[in-house]
Write a protein that binds this ligand. Structure first.
Ligand code: T1G
Length: 693
């Protein structure tokens, strides 16, 4: 027997243990060894079999790294059918997170016992897949059709208690799981219990409402545009109500393979691994000793400072907010309370939790109160001189070893570090607004930032439920730097004849959470305007003319009720404004730009390809460690559709040469200065290479 699967006899009971760290996935080796183990255990004179896992969790699913490669026997559905067809009761003992194919193996077993804090779920839909090892056929028989369908569509794990209540498991183990499972198996054997096969349970159709599946399809379609998996899950569960288990399983297998080969699932699986890869820093060992972070100071209690404070309070870390005066401080703490109350009103927190979190947030106007904090995050106005002054004070009062971070969205971290005596303790922690909501955190590495500081902050990011991506110092780091061309082309398309709603509509159909012009209105057109005015010798670019005129008319966006669109005062609904379209046409006339029509495809290319081109430069310059990091920045920081994998993965899907050729076409027909192809893109095009190798 291989070490990843062991077979041990305890009295009447066979124990089959999977030991495939870190999360016991059903790799090919595990599947093959399990098939042998069950053949041996089934043939012995034992009276029951306990299936369990060593390590931190029961099987967390199929091995996603095997997807997209030629399937290797035994396939998981065949293995699970073998388990279910054992001649004696099989008891699955669950701990940690029994997910996907792991949970399917428990359901193919005959009985199930779990520890109280076990979590059970089907995350397949989050990968653009469906439970492809009998889950869509067995679970409706076990939980009921409607409960099962919602459970699989949600992709979220449930607790052991909820699983017990819904019939997904039979017992919750008190004390040691293995001992409890052995006792349960012995009890079943002594009571003459027989294999109880979920696949043979009848489907309860009476509880299925009239046209339940059509209603579910319509409800799901609204929320999951662009991703086929939810509809296929509904098809499979409906098949379970119409076909026998064998036919239903064949239908499920066909749909699973269809999804596994879909570009959407390929994109989502890329994001799964890219997110985990992003937390790794080339050249820094994963076991680098970390500095403790049990208390945090935040300089500036504005919208960002307040939002940042909430992340730490939510993670149980005490936060001291510092402001210039008590009035600003009270306002800032008031922002936190208001945000919590808004979440509580939506049922996300209880009033007690709100008080607990608020109890972790204190305020001060004195730097002396930050003497002992482990980490300080500066979140003051984006003025370098003000930041330098803050860091000089922090350098003077903070204890040795305290980490000093700036939330700046583009300033030079090395210049900030240089005003302190401890450049090794300084880095950037760039949160995205609203800081208590957006998951992305750009961690900016200064020339002198110490390895343990970086390792500490990357780990801390996970604790405050952020997805951290490492960036080197450079204007706009990764995300904001790439945004320039994205907005420039969206604005140029207006002058060339497209309307704001057409540009935004095309981008939303592509999958962006919000179109670029609507984003401009949301953020405030005055932000870009002020930044442009502040630049000493800003070259005039026609792309900004319309936005400049809108700002000068007082149309700053949502906050003034009008920007590119008009906003209904009551509903804040976005409305097309003929006045803006007339203004655009007038400016285009002044610029002698002949209007023309655009296809959605051309709008997408014009707006997305600058992201890819600048992303190539960010890679060439070593600002980002890897292309997949850039993908994560755009998915978690800018609403790029995860099922397209991020801008660099999308470029690989389109093909580097196709992207390069189109950029050359835009260079030759539009504005050459704006469309110079990045050398890395040119190279990949020539070598038929990929950003994400
Ligand atoms: N396949 C391959 N590798 C996996 C994996 C998986 N399913 N799950 C985790 N890993 C790797 C991960 O990349 C990382 O690697 C390490 O394990 C630790 O993971 C047929 C089709 C279980 C909650 O979607 O949700 O079953 O970076 O950092 O934060 O119907 O991993 O160390 O090299 O995330 O403690 C369905 C996905 C698959 C579960 C643990 N299952 N995994 O979280 O650790 S499809 C999933 C998770 C399927 C069947 C269908 C989490 C976790 P490295 P980690 P964690």
């Amino acid at each position: 027997m291989s070490q990843i699967v062991t077979l041990e006899r305890r009295g009447d009971i066979e124990i089959i243990t999977i030991d495939n760290p870190p999360v016991n996935v059903f790799s090919h080796a595990v599947r093959a060894a399990l098939m042998d183990a069950f053949d041996e255990a089934d043939a012995s004179d034992s009276r029951a079999i306990v299936l369990r896992c060593a390590g931190r969790t029961y099987v967390a699913g199929a091995d996603i790294t095997e997807f997209g490669k030629p399937p290797q026997e035994p396939l998981l559905p065949d293995l699970l059918n073998r388990i279910e067809n054992c001649s004696k009761p099989v008891i699955a003992a669950l701990h940690g997170t029994a997910l996907g194919g792991g949970l399917e193996s428990a359901i193919a077993s005959h009985y199930r016992i779990a520890v109280p804090d076990a979590r059970l779920g089907f995350p397949e839909v989050l990968l653009g897949l469906l439970p492809g090892a009998g889950g869509t056929q067995r679970v409706p028989r076990l939980m009921g059709v409607e409960v099962a369908l919602d459970f699989i569509l949600a992709g979220k794990p449930i607790s052991a208690d909820a699983a017990l209540a819904s019939g997904l498991i039979d017992r919750i183990a008190a004390g040691n799981l293995l001992e409890a499972a052995l006792a349960y198996a012995q009890e079943l054997a002594d009571n003459g219990a027989v294999p109880r096969c979920s696949s043979k349970l009848p489907i309860d159709l009476d509880s299925v409402a009239e046209n339940f599946f059509e209603q579910k399809r319509a409800a799901v379609a609204r929320k999951t545009r662009g991703v086929p998996a939810p509809q296929r899950i509904i098809d499979c569960v409906e098949a379970a109500t119409k076909l026998d288990f064998r036919q239903g399983s064949a239908f499920e297998r066909e749909k699973f393979v269809e999804l596994m080969n879909s570009p959407e699932s390929a994109g989502l699986r890329h994001v799964f691994f890219a997110e985990r890869q992003a937390s790794k820093i080339e050249g820094i060992a994963r076991n680098t000793p970390l500095r403790p972070v049990n208390s945090v100071g935040i300089i500036g209690a504005g919208t960002m400072g307040g939002g940042i404070a909430m992340n730490f309070a939510n993670a149980g870390i005490a936060v001291t907010l510092l402001e210039l005066n008590t009035e600003a401080l009270d306002r800032g703490i008031g922002i936190c309370r208001k945000n919590y109350q808004r979440s509580a009103a939506k049922g996300r927190f209880t009033p007690e939790q709100v008080e607990h979190f608020m109890g972790l947030i204190s305020g001060t106007t004195s730097y002396e109160d930050l003497t002992d904090v482990d980490l300080v995050i500066e979140a003051v106005f984006e003025d370098p001189q003000i930041k330098y002054e803050v860091f000089r004070k922090l350098d003077a009062v903070c204890k040795p070893g305290a980490i000093l971070a700036s939330n700046t969205s583009y300033q030079d971290i090395d210049a900030i570090a240089a005003v302190t005596s401890r450049a090794q303790d300084v880095l950037g922690m760039h949160f995205f607004s609203p800081a208590n909501v957006m998951k992305l955190l750009e961690v900016v590495r200064g020339e002198k930032t110490a390895d343990d500081v970086l390792a500490t902050v990357m780990k801390l990011a996970k604790k405050i439920r952020k997805v951290a991506v490492l960036s080197r110092v450079g204007y706009g780091f990764i995300g904001n730097r790439m945004l320039g061309g994205y907005f420039r082309e969206a604005q140029m398309l207006l002058l060339e004849g497209a309307t704001p709603s057409q540009v935004d509509g095309a981008m939303q159909s592509f999958g962006m959470a919000m179109g670029p012009l609507a984003v401009g209105d949301l953020a405030g057109l005055d932000i870009g305007y002020k930044a442009r005015q502040a630049l000493p010798d800003r070259p005039d670019h026609p792309a900004t003319h319309v936005a400049d005129q809108l700002v000068e008319m007082g149309r700053l966006g949502q906050k003034t009720g009008a920007g590119y669109y008009r906003y209904d005062a009551e509903t804040r609904k976005r409305l097309v404004d003929p006045e803006v379209e007339a203004l655009i046409r007038a400016e285009a006339g002044r610029l002698a730009i002949e209007p023309r029509t655009f296809s959605d495809e051309e709008i997408v290319a014009r707006v997305i390809y600058p992201l890819i081109n600048e992303g190539a430069r960010v890679l060439e310059e070593g600002i980002a460690q890897r292309a997949s990091d850039i993908d994560i920045v755009y998915i978690y920081g800018y609403g790029f559709p995860a099922h397209r994998g991020g801008p660099m993965f999308y470029a690989d899907t389109v093909g580097a040469k196709a992207v390069y050729d189109r950029i050359c076409e835009f260079r030759d027909t539009l504005r050459a200065d704006d469309w110079q192809p990045a050398p890395l893109l040119e190279k990949l095009a020539a070598d038929n290479g990929r950003f994400n190798s």
